[in-house]
Design a protein around this ligand. Sequence first.
Ligand SMILES: *Cc1c(COP(=O)(O)O)cnc(C)c1O
Length: 452
Amino acid sequence: MAAPAPRRDDAPEPSFADLLAQRPALSTDALAGLMMEEVPLARIAQAVGTPTWVYSAGTLRRRARALCDALREAGLDATVHFATKSNPNLAVVALLAGEGLGADVVSEGELRAARAAGVPASGIVFSGVGKTEREMRLAIAEDILQLNLESAEEAEMLDALARSLGRRARVALRVNPDVDARTHAKITTGLTENKFGVPIALAPALYARLCAMEGLEVVGLATHIGSQITQGVSSYAAAYARLGSLVRELRAQGLPVERVDCGGGLGIPYRDEIPASPAALAGTIKAGLGDAGVKLMLEPGRWIAGPAGVLLSRVVIEKQSAGRRFVILDAAMNDLLRPAMYEAWHGILPVSPAAFHAPQTPADVVGPVCESSDTFAKGRNLPALPPASLVAFLDAGAYGASMSSTYNARPLAAEVMVNGSDWSVVRERQGYEQLLAGQRIPGWITRPGEAR
Ligand SMILES: *Cc1c(COP(=O)(O)O)cnc(C)c1O
């Protein structure tokens, strides 16, 4: 297994002030408490209830622009395709589409979400190791920008389908460059042992085969080495250098390579990580692929959406048990899965102005779900949080709502977007009728009280 990124659990936890200083959309007001842009989060909780995801439109815009600017300033001919799986909320995708971003989708649902949010088909890339025939059919019908192929088998399936429809599907070949992204083992994707892409050594022969398939229009290469990459740009540098050589090798064989999709994966500081800047990433792309004469694409998800969101939750109760302090919230692992799944660290800020400067003691912050892994933080320094106190989980805009489930029959939380002093519900809280909808009890199951 790939070694997880070194953890710095022994490093002191960032203070509330440190966390705020790094997150420009958030501030504290002496009266209103924690604010996102110009809206008190307590006001949203009051109106919409909790748990609720809250996204900052300003942060989404600012980060999308920062990335596009960095690519432009490096002199790169590049387009940015938001990885929809990080946050498929239609308002988020629509806002980013308004900034000129396309979408990277991995399912029919995401393809439909991107189209519904107004992303033109010409801005959509379809990634993923298991595209079904139905999904391929839709991608062809919509005439999307490209499908990133993951194997020879998949290429044959798509070629046959496209020919049967009298069409040619635009494709790129996803290459696995065998570099270690030095991130968490569950989110590294660019090693030979991972299921993604084709090994780079086999790419030239396969690429040539693809070019000979009548149902395919081969436009180039794609890669994606992992997610939450925070260990500098050396993994990216190695991957892009290998792709650059591959482009030259393919061209030397007389094969066309128009574009290279550089993937996503740029990390964000959840705790005290220092990820590469967009400028450093752009410089690395330029070094590896700048003179390859290809159009470039980037598929960031987390970097754009992660810092733009918080998860707002209320304390149900505090309890003391065996000398430990437990803060039990109304949010749980079914809402925010990352701590249970990746041992991820999320900043937790109290919302009330008084709590912000109150004395702190260590607490385990947990949800009400019947799993020990329903633990958001252990030994976190927090002020006293009486029942109904509000807290905000930071950096919850990516892989937050999109990974949530209804485990323990808990409805999906509401989503809100803040824009300056305005805010709107962008997804209603799931109702209990919706939660039970679609289920059937067959007539042959006798219900209590019914005659047998
Ligand atoms: C998940 C994924 C991304 C986005 O990753 P982030 O870490 O959110 O930037 C991009 N491309 C592909 C193919 C992916 O699977």
